[in-house]
Every structure is written in C-alpha cells, then in structure tokens.
Design a protein around this ligand. Structure first.
Ligand code: ADP
Length: 255
C-alpha cells in the first residue's frame, strides 16, 4: 500500500511539508543564533568604552586631577569614549527601528540629487578637515520611491565611509544614473581599499577589516549592516568593487 501511495504521489505532500517544517526550524535556529551573537557583541562593544570612561574617572578622583596636563589628557579620552558610546547606541537604535519596521516617514518620491547634496552639506566639516574633494554626477531627474530618511541614512553611511577610509587630500566621486530602467548610485573613493577575502563579510554587524583603524576614524562596525538593512527595505542590491591600496566603489542598484 505504501508503495502505491508513493507512486501515486499521495505521500509526497507530507514529505514536502516535513521538509518545509525542517527548513523553517533551521531558519529559526539561525535567526536565534544571530540575535544571541548580536546581543553578546553589543554588550562587549558597549562595555569597552564604559570601562575606559569609569577607569579614567576613578584615576582622576584618586588624585590625577591635580595635574592639569594629565587632567586635560584624561578628560579628552573620556570625551572621545563618550562620543563612541553615543554613536554605538544611535546605530543600535537605527538597526532596531528598521527591524521593527518603524518608518521615520513614508514619503514616496525621493529626489536623489537633493538628498545627496544635503548629506554633503552635513559632511562639509569632515571633508574640510581631511581636505577630501567630492565630485558628483547626476543624470537628469533621478527619483526613487521610498522613505526619504532611510535613503539618506543609507547614502550617508556609504559616503561617510568613503571619507573615513580616504587618505587626506583624496577624491570621492558620486554618480547617480539610470541603467536599463534601474537607478544606480555609486560612491567611489581612492582610499585604502579592501582585500578580496574581507568582501563577503563586510556587511555583517561589527565586522571590521581593521578594528583599531575603524575606531580611530570613529567607526562602530555597524555602518554597512545598516546599509544592508535599508537596501533590503528598498529591495535594492549592493555591489562592492575594491582593490587594496587603490580604493573602493559601493554601488546601490534600486529596482
Ligand atoms: P565602520 O564603522 O568600522 O566603518 P562599517 O560597517 O561601516 O563599519 O564598515 C565595515 C568595515 O568595512 C570597516 O571597518 C572597514 O574596514 C571596511 N570599509 C567600509 N567602507 C570602506 C571603504 N570605503 N574603504 C575601505 N574600507 C571600507
């Protein structure tokens, strides 16, 4: 009878259902592991600057504050570490907001040129400080549908990285154009570049090619994870081309 059921394909749907259930369970397990790893990473990342802050505060309280030079040095470290904590918390909140699908606002037509020009205006002080120049190319009338604030966040993270990982006096090129009906926006830098082995893991939370370098330039390791999340909201695809020592190009392709 079983053989008949098999050949008559009556038993197949049950097998399919079991297979489906197993896949769903595997996915749940994977999601749970990612969540647990994230919580562990967040805890570690938050603890590091906090430990440093409380350590320096304690040393100041124990008498180091008497020496003006040491006092200034320690206060500077405390300010830097507090700023790092603030950035980390802001980035974690952005990820959590996106995961909870909390939309900032739901405008539909995004004027790409306008959004990028606003970002560049906001970045003017760090561009000036690093003497990095930015040139742009916008094809006529480029619009995409979606949330304006999220779009700006995505582009801000890519452009900020291009600046952070550029050498002083470097050049960045931003282009927005239409290719076969799709909007392609690329951010190209001539900075430190990324070697091939790191490319597959670049968008993971807290993944950095060089942790101390990332911290020195004010990175949290969450920038590209946020980019990936927002790109998924837009159903956009991200392409990275990079060569160590030559520079990187991140391209977002909107559907
Ligand atoms: P971070 O806050 O460390 O910049 P991101 O998630 O934004 O974290 O990026 C992950 C890592 O990818 C960075 O630490 C850096 O090593 C690398 N990276 C990102 N963008 C660039 C770039 N334009 N040029 C070189 N390396 C980059």
């Amino acid at each position: 009878i079983i053989a008949i059921l098999y050949t008559s394909k009556l038993i197949k749907p049950i097998n399919e259902m079991e297979k489906q259930l197993k896949i769903t369970m595997d996915e749940n397990k994977k999601a749970e592991k990612i969540r647990k790893d994230f919580v562990a990473n967040v805890t570690h990342e938050l603890k590091t600057p906090l430990t440093s802050i409380s350590g320096f505060v304690e040393t100041l309280q124990d008498g180091a504050a008497e020496n003006p030079e040491i006092r200034r040095k320690f206060l500077d470290i405390i300010a830097i570490e507090s700023a790092r904590l603030k950035r980390l918390i802001e980035d974690i909140l952005i990820i959590s907001d996106i995961e909870n699908k909390r939309e900032v606002n739901t405008d539909s037509d995004i004027n790409v040129r306008e959004a990028i020009e606003e970002i560049l205006a906001a970045l003017e002080p760090i561009l000036e400080a690093k003497k990095v120049s930015v040139s742009t190319y916008f094809a006529y009338e480029i619009y995409i549908g979606g949330n304006y604030d999220r779009f700006k966040q995505l582009m801000m993270n890519l452009i900020e990285n291009a600046v952070k990982y550029s050498h002083d006096g470097g050049a960045i090129f931003i282009a927005a154009k239409k290719v076969e009906g799709k909007v392609h926006i690329s951010v190209k830098d001539q900075g430190i570049g990324i070697s091939e082995e790191h490319l597959p893991r670049l968008f993971e939370r807290f993944y950095r090619v060089d942790k101390s370098r990332s911290q020195k330039v004010g990175g949290t390791g969450l920038g590209l994870a946020i980019v990936k999340h927002i790109a998924a909201l837009f159903e956009a695809e991200i392409k990275v081309e990079s060569e160590l020592g030559k520079g990187s190009t991140f391209t977002v392709i909107f559907k």
